[in-house]
Ligand binder design. Structure first.
Ligand code: MTE
Length: 317
């Protein structure tokens, strides 16, 4: 993610990550090529040790199609955003230090009864399936990957919200022992994101616990992360430890940091530029050429209706 660090008391304008630097980093990654990436096999050895490995691959749900050629696994698992480790894209090695067992998820806020549940117990209760989705980062890179997991709606029902809450709020683990990025105090940790309840219970909203037919690698958000494919990637909070139901709209990490650039809705729209760059096109990971970005990242037929009554809001940032 690119931020403009404008807080006068903290960092000068020149400290902002310039887009050129980001693009240069991409060029280096590309120049390294798949050969260099193949030296390591991130997440592969790991997946075999995972107690849930036997659950994958899950049956494919083809309702949402296969939106194009899939991104090579090695790219999707070595080019990541996970700021708790570092703001660099190559955090996959560092992420292996994150402890993912035992893993407890706290459920609270407007629910019949607050509770905690271990990840393996939760997974045993959820209907597992695989979906191939587009992913579009606000930085303009994109990928197409097969997630395994379950509909967020199933998780919402399991949590038994009550009193008509308007939002679901999810937070990432903040473990200072394994996550060196937490030392960067400019970021308002823990990583927090949320959805309106009608988005959360929409059939496209998904909780991913697997990737490429195996348990999801740590760098991609093990053991569970949100996938809302019609939104910019920053909405997809990784490594979730807390779920709350609330009436108050949550302010996510990026919005808190830079509300003029990152908002709550963050729906993909090629016609609404980011304040500092165009969103008209995107660069698929591993591809040579930019391709046009699609409204709602290609999922307009499913989700456009969610926003009919919200047209006065900033839906696309
Ligand atoms: N979740 C946490 N906890 N920390 C992060 O830095 N980055 C977000 C999102 N979820 C992020 C996060 C951004 S900007 C993107 S694009 C996606 O994760 C990247 O997911 P990937 O690394 O699996 O491709």
């Amino acid at each position: 993610m690119l931020i403009k660090r404008t807080r006068g008391w903290e960092l000068p304008e020149r400290a902002a990550t310039p887009e050129g630097l980001y693009l240069e980093r991409r060029a280096i990654v590309k120049a390294m090529g798949l050969g260099a990436m193949a030296l390591a096999a991130p997440g592969l050895a790991l997946a075999q040790d995972d107690p849930t490995a036997g659950k994958y691959p899950a049956p494919r749900n083809a309702k949402f199609g296969t939106p194009g050629p899939m991104t090579p696994e090695k790219l999707a698992t070595t080019y990541n955003n996970f700021y708790e480790f570092d703001s660099d894209k190559s955090i996959w090695r560092a992420a292996q230090k994150m402890p993912i067992r035992p893993w407890t998820i706290k459920v609270g806020g407007k629910v019949e009864k607050p509770f905690e549940i271990g990840f393996d117990d939760l997974l045993a209760k959820m209907p597992l399936e695989e979906r191939v989705y587009r992913h579009r980062c606000v930085e303009t890179w994109s990928m197409i990957v097969p997630w395994s997991g379950f509909p967020l709606k199933s998780l919402v029902e399991f949590c038994k919200p009550t009193g008509n809450p308007q939002y679901i709020v999810m937070k990432t683990l903040a473990d200072t022992k394994s996550m060196p990025g937490l030392g960067d105090v400019i970021y308002p940790w823990p990583y927090t994101e949320g959805l309106a309840m009608d988005e959360a219970t929409h059939e496209l909203a998904f909780i991913a616990t697997g990737l490429y037919g195996k348990p999801i690698p740590k760098q991609n958000g093990a053991p569970l992360r949100l996938v809302a494919p019609w939104k910019y990637g920053f909405k997809n909070v990784k490594s979730i430890v807390s779920i709350e139901f609330a009436d108050k709209r949550p302010v996510g990490l990026w919005e808190k940091l830079q509300a003029s650039e990152y908002g709550f809705w963050a729906n993909v729209n090629p016609q609404v530029p980011h304040p500092r760059w165009s969103q008209a096109t995107e660069k698929p990971l591993g591809g040579d050429q930019r391709i046009p970005t699609q409204l709602y990242n290609g999922y307009a037929e499913f989700v456009a209706g969610l926003y009919e009554s919200r047209k006065s809001e900033k839906l696309f940032m």
